[in-house]
Write a protein that binds this ligand. Sequence first.
Ligand code: NAD
Length: 485
Amino acid sequence: MAEPTMLIDGQWVPAVDGDTYDRLSPFDGHLVSTYANGDSEDARRGIAAARAAFDAGDWRRAPVQERAAVLRAAAARLRAERDRLARLLAEEIGQPRQAGAVEEAAKALEYYAWVACDRRDQAVTEQRSDAVGIISREPIGVVGVLSAWNAPMSVVHKTAPALAVGCTVVVKPAHMTAGGVLELGRILQEAGLPDGVFNVVTSERANGAVVGHEIAASELVDMVTFTGSTATGRKVMAAAATTGKKVVLELGGQSPNVVFPDVPDLDAAVKAAFDGVMSLGGQACKAGSRLLLHRDIHDEFLARLAPKFGEVRLGDPLEPTTTLGPLVSREQRDRVHGLVRSATDAKVLIGGSYPTEGPLARGWFYEPTLLDDVSPDSPIAQTEVFGPVLSVLRFDDDSQAVEIANGTQYGLAGAVWTADIDRALSFAKRLRSGTVWVNTYRESGLRYLPSGGWDASGIGLERSREGLEEFLLTKSIHIKLRRPS
Ligand code: NAD
């Protein structure tokens, strides 16, 4: 078997001390991949390569069309390898049907290539006849990228806009799902990306904290963009503060999905409530894990929703018939179970445990779980669950719905279902949240709206033009003319 390597300065290199680690399948424990186990020294090498590539200037000074062409070529290669990559992702994450994630990544590469070409780098202002002002937008420099395990290909929303505007990057993927990011690095190199522009340092030391901290704290890194939990995000922010570098943090959520009795399409709302929490086994940042039902619609809604939980097919993430795979790790499964067990005053309508015998007992499965009459202040309502667990809470009127919806530390996303446009807009404005859906949940057709969390859910934006702008600094150039024009 080939020696496990990471990508530094265009070369595939082992860890300096030769150490490696294994990723075992969360489904049945078989060996999926072996990766180089980087240490601080490996992180410093990756950072130095990105620094040197940025300072050399070839990439940032290349015409934007050239940078865009590399991203488009990479998108085509991703599509050509879609099935193999989807299989790798499914095995590492544990969830089926990952081809869509590869296609989304290809579309994102093309999107950022287009946006970068479609924007103006400079604007000229002229308020006096003897002076000209230029507002110049320039790449921020070396970007440190720290990503989460649940959606490895989402790293394109950090790396592609950075590359498109001329930055260089050093990425530390989450250790359990590093494969997709390494493959993206290879594909970018093959698509013509110059050496050192995209570096990947893999590591599981202290669950990634050793290399992650090195990148966040480094004086040679100009910005760090992080996706992960709120607790780790705060550590990253503290480390970044030692040099005062810019941070973008995409953190956790515990998002409310609120249904009023005048919901325009009840079946659509039921389906969205189910899909909104089951996608990726609930291990999605915007999972609609709190379902707020108006008292008048509560019983009918649950009567239609509950059968869907019975239709879930647990199994091998590589089997086309599987709809729910195992959670990513034993630790994650035990965390979810601990939260469910703590909900002693709630009614467990369905699920609430995990398989302890039969073939599924080998994996980190959790039963799709429906809890009713969850108290808004209980740990299961207040803590990001990150599992296939839906908590149902009742409310009586608009004000109480807003109060419960806003009643956690998070502010990532939320939805409201109503046929009353005044109620919908009033609710949307009163929700402290970066994203609000009306009569839909996790709408993907509008995904190039910017995405970012409020409060404990993050700082800064991803996706869309606003997400790309995060990788630019503004310079004001004042030019004094000797002769007034
Ligand atoms: P995590 O916080 O454990 O780790 C995130 C990344 O940080 C990993 O690469 C990890 O190795 C690294 N890391 C760990 N300790 C570090 C430290 N001290 N310094 C620097 N880096 C460190 O998160 P996770 O468990 O991988 O991902 C799940 C979390 O991600 C959930 O909370 C989820 O909501 C969040 N998430 C948010 C979004 C979003 O867009 N808001 C998207 C996906 C996931």
